[in-house]
Write a protein that binds this ligand. Structure first.
Ligand SMILES: [Zn+2]
Length: 95
């Protein structure tokens, strides 16, 4: 069973309590109305889909319900770190 540490509850909990919520650190444009249709499409839908270490958003759905960020190795499914939303991305181990 895969265990994920919730940085708010500060406990390792089973993966079935969590939900994946997309890529982390996607910056919202300062002025969305100034973007072209293609640029806005890229902001909404185009993600890096990294093979290796990736920063992701997760939600502790069946726990505290809060969103947090995680560094996960997408090939091995190993979680390198979890951290609270708004905190900077840790370096993590090289994949
Ligand atoms: Zn939690």
């Amino acid at each position: 069973m895969l265990l994920i540490r919730c940085p708010y509850c500060d406990e390792d909990r089973p993966e079935v309590e969590f939900a994946y919520a997309g890529e982390a650190h996607v910056a919202r444009p300062a002025d969305p109305s100034a973007l072209s249709d293609d640029e806005f499409r890229d902001f909404l839908y185009v993600r890096s889909n990294t093979r290796g270490l990736m920063a992701e958003r997760w939600r502790h759905v069946h726990g505290c319900g809060r969103f947090f960020n995680a560094l996960r190795e997408t090939v091995s499914d190993k979680f390198h770190a979890t951290y609270k939303a708004g905190e900077p991305r840790p370096q993590g181990d090289a994949p």
